[in-house]
Design a protein around this ligand. Structure first.
Ligand code: NDP
Length: 304
């Protein structure tokens, strides 16, 4: 039986360790402050932001939402970011991506004060990561590293394959695995022989965004599989194909209008050593690490 790597349990541990630090900051100075910028109406982004704000509330972190309309200009967003950069009570600024087409996303992210960049996306912080220097790390890969630590999964000398090369997940994930002394391969849409590359992995991290894409031939029997993908199945046919003979999933589709599935096919998961479920695997860790980066930013700014 494969071991299920429970992201919620690790999230709870991370949040529990942050709580006394938040209390100490609040008593001595003020609570940490996070500003979230969410442009327009993107249902998936709204769900993510709700989760982040709720986590702040539960921890005692001050959070505030800024909700420009979808016709916002780059200049207007730059003005907002600069005003948040100057606010002494705001330690972290998170710009929820994607931004609308008319906005110069790069200019907006560049305008963030790197000290308040709790996502770790600013080129200054990307530079710190590449150079192996301290700095805020992108939340999803750093959460996955916490998961490995929690389950005592030793990465030294292991063959790690990361599928996906985005700046948010794939590239920073590969670097963090490298710093943990894994032998790292990065795969992407132009990789030849993807199944064979993946099949050699001791640790496989899938960050593609394609439902149930990795079938059994991609997964070695003793592999540890981290499934980052979050994909929504909205039609009955896809649900029946990916979850055959599972009435609960059809019921979920009826109730919620969609069923979540990762990038790894559920049938492939049962044959590996350990895996993160979707939902309940990587997602909770991402939010926990955002809280961790916010607390660290506050401690740094307040001299703790
Ligand atoms: P991107 O779309 O930015 O990157 C996807 C990557 O997958 C690209 O590098 C792309 O290659 C690669 N890819 C696409 N198709 C194939 C293929 N057929 N074979 C091999 N590689 C392929 O996505 P993100 O990195 O932002 O996110 C990936 C997934 O993770 C999404 O489902 C997203 O929702 C989820 N996610 C989940 C989070 C969580 O907290 N659980 C947090 C962030 C993301 P190429 O570069 O060549 O195009």
């Amino acid at each position: 039986m494969a071991l299920i790597l429970d992201g919620k349990q690790v999230r709870d541990r991370i949040l529990a360790s942050l709580r006394p630090r938040v209390e100490k900051l609040a008593e001595a100075a003020r609570p940490p402050g996070l500003a979230v910028v969410l442009v327009g109406h993107n249902p998936a982004s709204e769900i993510y932001v709700r989760g982040k704000v709720k986590a702040c509330e539960e921890l005692g972190i001050h959070s505030e939402k800024h909700l420009p309309t979808s016709d916002v200009t780059t200049e207007e967003l730059l003005f907002l970011i600069r005003s948040l950069n100057e606010r002494p009570d705001i330690d972290g600024i998170l710009v929820q991506l994607p931004l609308p087409e008319q906005v110069d996303e790069d200019a907006v992210l560049m305008a963030l004060d790197p000290v308040k960049d709790v996502d770790g996306f600013h080129p200054v912080n990307v530079g710190h990561l590449v150079a192996g220097r301290p700095g805020p790390r992108p939340c999803t890969p750093s959460g996955i590293m916490r998961l490995f630590q929690h389950y005592k999964i030793d990465l030294a000398g292991k063959r790690a394959v990361v599928i996906g090369r985005s700046g948010i997940v794939g590239k920073p994930m590969a670097l963090l695995l490298l710093y943990a002394n894994a032998t790292v391969t990065i795969c992407h849409s132009r990789t030849r022989g993807l199944a064979a590359e993946c099949g050699r992995a001791d640790v496989l991290v899938a960050a593609i965004g394609r439902p149930a894409f990795l079938t059994g031939e991609f997964v070695a029997p003793d592999a540890v599989v981290v499934d980052v993908g979050i994909n929504r199945l909205k039609d009955r046919q896809s649900v029946e194909r990916i979850f055959p003979g599972d009435p609960e999933k059809l019921e979920e589709l009826g109730l919620k209008g969609s069923v979540l599935v990762g990038d790894v096919h559920p049938a492939a998961l049962s044959q590996c050593a350990a895996y993160t479920p979707v939902p309940g695997g990587v997602g909770p860790l991402t939010i926990a690490m955002l809280m961790s980066n916010t607390v660290e930013a506050a401690e740094r700014r307040l001299g703790f």
